[in-house]
Design a protein around this ligand. Structure first.
Ligand code: AMP
Length: 222
């Protein structure tokens, strides 16, 4: 069982690392941000409740997020493990997760903190563009589309997520420092925290996570 929590500021690359690692480890990637965005896009009741909160870069109330995660973790594909990305984002959510895991007879493997400075974050996120048709993600600086602002595959104009605009990114970073940074201390005190430099590139970060997880599995086998 590999039960992981990915922590770090918005734009630290958690989603990108998780997408790669879910293939390698064969466990689901659970992003609360993706769940909320999908709910908004499909106009569900949940989507209606959270849309304005997301656009402003604020946090969805703990009770709503906890329920969404509780339901998701109860599905059979989580039995062998999971990667939680973007949750917990407050100490109260971390405590709620502890309770859920206890009920499931699980013990968190690691909470991994991807460390990236604010200015790198702002550069990364404000240059992020998305294809509204296929969801492919580009970065105007590091992985630009071949033709100016057009998706390489769909050829439709790329868009910027409302909450990727600089003003909202700065706000999300502030919200992160106030609410989520304390979660790092919470896991540190429990001896469950590992820190990885999030500026060294996808391949190196993925290797580091695998090294951590592998060491842990070997220790369990011994
Ligand atoms: P993300 O893609 O993880 O940056 O999440 C996008 C947005 O969804 C955040 O800015 C919040 O408004 C909301 N959100 C996602 N996860 C959580 C969470 N664990 N607690 C509260 N709000 C969340």
């Amino acid at each position: 069982m590999i039960d992981l929590v990915f922590l770090g500021p918005p734009g630290a690359g958690k989603g990108t690392y998780a997408k790669k690692l879910k293939e390698i480890l064969g466990i689901p990637h659970i992003s609360t941000g993706d769940i909320f965005r999908e709910a908004v896009a499909s106009g569900t009741e949940l989507g209606e409740r959270v849309k304005n909160i997301l656009d402003r870069g604020e946090l969805v109330p703990d009770d709503i997020v906890n329920e969404v995660v509780r339901e998701r973790l109860s599905r059979p594909d989580c039995e062998r493990g999971f990667i939680l990305d973007g949750y917990p984002r407050t100490v109260d959510q971390a405590k709620a997760l502890d309770e859920m895991l206890e009920e499931m007879g699980k013990d968190l493997t690691w909470s991994i903190f991807f460390d990236v400075p604010e200015e790198v974050i702002v550069q990364r996120i404000t240059n992020r563009r998305i294809c509204p048709k296929c969801g492919r993600i580009y970065n105007l600086l590091t992985s630009p589309p071949k033709e100016d602002n057009l998706c390489d595959v769909c050829k439709v104009p790329l868009i910027q997520r409302e909450d990727d605009k600089e003003e909202v990114v700065r706000k999300r970073y502030k919200v992160y420092m106030e609410n989520t940074f304390p979660v790092i201390g919470y896991y540190e005190e429990k001896g469950k925290l590992r820190k990885i430099d999030g500026t060294v590139g996808l391949d190196k970060v993925v290797k580091e996570v695998l090294r951590l997880v592998d060491k842990d599995q070997n220790a369990t086998r011994d």
